[in-house]
Design a protein around this ligand. Structure first.
Ligand code: ADP
Ligand code: MG
Length: 601
């Protein structure tokens, strides 16, 4: 094909793709515009997860009559004039792309009136072209309505998830901005139902209550000392850190509860999330994450926000300094305010019911009888013979089928996390959690394939009032959840009733001390984490999530008997060497390796 310039509407749609990925991106851009316009109130309304309609209204400064049409031109902005302004951006928008991009992939209506103008302007934009403009009575401020998003971009439309899921993403966007701007009153209405509202009274803590509820908000600690201490060395710019973090007793199965803002811009930054998580080092169980809302304030020249079209990522001039400031501020807060951390070591029996146990017990008694003694009355002389008999009896119990781990002898436990064992080829270190996950996973998958998964009915059904994101995840997986042993049914508009859970969860004592509701939330969070499009593997993922929740945790003391049992069960697995998520269950140190390390040869 010869080189040709793309027709403007095609070029427009391609450029739009960078800014507008999904309905939540539209909401983000419109809300940012309202904030930049100095609004004290921002109302967001969506229908069908935003695909049918998104409307964002504000009481900000409005757009003057002679500029409304220009606002839809690409690279049209009132926020930048020359390139030097890029170094110190104090508005959320600056690229002048959002309205143009949104208009390229939807039908847009805009109604706007600056306070000092008598009438507002009403504008209709289709396929990026202004098709109508007229004066119209209007309250001061701006209302942008976006309809039929992506109707003219079928490729995009295909990738949209269910309306509930998209609504969940929009909910996150709106609540995040409410956190960053406690002085602005936000509301979100989804399919004519008010799902979120902040008061706009300026108190971050009140926004946290509106989002997470009072129970949870009470477990949050306010970050102390806004970094005016050691961070403010003459040569370094100050990084002020504020916000709230969870006490170590409150933790989540995924990282999306770490929310970060730089100069009140919501950003995603793995390194800073990591800085927050690191501050909890040694305080949280393995694989759990804190909940945190962390706001950084710094000189705008120290941060480049023009890295990505969606402005989601930023680049710091001195990343290490920022990382350190966050980590120290969070750590200080935890150390000074948090109650002594305890890694819940509730006694619980987590052993998988062993189908061989009964038979083994019977044979053990046979062996004892063969030794001519009962267990209590035996003397040392008989012990050797007894041991021989026992070994023989147990030998007969070897499972049929492939044994891909050698027979191991348990030596002990290290750090309440690893089981040390000895085998014919040296030493083996077994991760108790990963190993147990594998054991449970194979068992549950086998039951599932035979349609024999059993459920445990709860004494009282639990009502699940979920945030829109999780309720979206649940809605999407409802059928699968019910197939793997949960009994869930819709209960009102966004609630569900949980009547039963897979027996494997009940049998493992995962229930001790935590209720079915918490378990359910953990599992939904695990599902939400991976955006795995492989529908046919959805149930396997679900089963893996259930087993992860049910498995014995790191940090739990195991008896010799429990360790032996776990190792036996692992030996019987089809793929004993990795957990269902692919992490190793066993590390092997060969006898040769050990000899070499000790300089024996
Ligand atoms: P940017 O925000 O990067 O400037 P946009 O395409 O989002 O680009 O908006 C273009 C311009 O339209 C803005 O610079 C602003 O002047 C105006 N505008 C958009 N939304 C609003 C609003 N809600 N209130 C006032 N002005 C607005
Ligand atoms: Mg903008």
């Amino acid at each position: 094909m010869p080189i040709r310039l793309l027709p403007p509407d095609v070029a427009g749609k391609i450029a739009a793709g960078e800014v507008v990925e999904r309905p939540a991106s539209v909401v983000k851009e419109l809300v940012e515009n309202s904030i930049d316009a100095g609004a004290a109130e921002v109302r967001v309304e969506i229908r069908e997860g935003g695909q049918r309609l998104i409307r964002v209204g504000d009481n900000g400064r409005g757009i003057p009559e002679d500029e409304v049409a220009l606002a839809f031109a690409r690279h049209a902005t009132s926020k930048l004039t020359d390139v030097s302004d890029l170094d110190q951006i104090e508005t959320l928008g600056f690229r002048g792309e959002a309205l143009a991009s949104i208009a390229a992939v939807s039908q847009v209506t805009l109604l706007s009136r600056p306070r000092e103008q008598a009438v507002g302007q009403h504008l209709r934009v289709e396929g990026g072209q202004v098709v109508r403009q007229e004066g119209r009575g209007s309250p001061a401020g701006t209302v942008v309505t976006v309809e039929h998003l992506f109707r003219n971009v079928p490729a995009r439309l295909k990738f949209l998830r269910q309306p509930q899921t998209e609504a969940g993403h929009i909910h996150s966007i709106v609540t995040n901005y409410a956190l960053a701007y406690p002085g602005i009153r936000f509301s979100l209405t989804s399919d004519e139902r008010l799902v979120f509202q902040s008061s706009g009274n300026g108190q971050l803590y009140d926004v946290l209550i509106a989002i997470y509820g009072l129970d949870l908000a009470e477990q949050l600690l306010e970050i102390e000392g806004a970094g005016n201490g050691q961070e403010t060395e003459a040569s370094h710019p100050a990084v002020a850190v504020s916000g709230f973090v969870s006490t170590p007793a409150l933790h989540r199965a995924n990282r999306r509860y770490i929310t970060l803002f730089v100069n009140r811009r919501w950003i995603q930054d793995n390194s800073l999330s990591h800085a927050v998580a690191q501050a909890y080092h040694g305080m949280l169980p393995v694989g759990r994450h804190p909940l945190a809302v962390v706001l950084l304030d710094m000189d705008p020249t120290e941060v480049d926000v023009n890295v990505h079209p969606t402005k989601r990522e930023v680049r710091f001039r001195n990343g290490r300094l920022v990382f350190g400031a966050v980590q120290r501020a969070v750590r200080r807060t935890l150390v000074e305010q948090a109650p002594v951390p305890s890694l819940g070591q509730r006694p619980q029996s987590w052993i998988v019911p062993d189908q061989f146990a009964a038979a083994r017990d019977w044979q053990r008694r046979q062996a004892l009888m063969a030794a001519g003694r009962d267990a209590a009355g035996r003397d040392a002389a008989d012990d050797a013979q007894l041991a021989l008999e026992l070994r023989r009896a147990q030998g007969e119990l070897q499972p049929v089928g492939p044994v891909r781990l050698p027979l191991l002898r348990v030596v002990g436990q290290v750090g309440q996390t690893y089981v040390v064992a000895e085998g014919p080829q040296g030493m083996y270190l077994i991760d108790q959690h990963a190993a147990h996950e594998r054991v449970l996973y194979e068992r549950m998958l086998a039951d599932h394939n035979e349609q024999e998964v059993t459920s445990q009915t709860l004494l009282e059904p639990a009502t699940l009032d979920l945030d829109p994101m999780l309720s979206g995840v649940l809605g999407e997986h409802l059928a699968s959840l019910n197939r793997v042993g949960f009994a869930l049914e819709p209960f009102g508009r966004s609630s569900y009733l949980l009547r039963a859970i897979p027996s494997i969860l009940a049998a493992q004592g995962a229930m001790a001390g935590s209720d079915a509701r918490e378990i359910m939330v953990d599992i939904l969070e695990m599902l939400q984490q991976g955006d795995d499009p492989l529908a046919d593997r959805a149930e396997e993922r679900l089963i893996a999530a259930v087993c992860k929740r049910a498995a014995v945790k790191a940090g739990q003391t195991l008896s010799a008997e429990e360790m032996q049992q776990l190792v036996r069960q692992l030996e019987q697995c089809e793929s004993p060497r990795t957990c269902p998520h692919g992490r190793p269950t066993v590390l092997h140190f060969s006898a040769q390796q050990l000899e070499k390390e000790f300089g024996r040869r």
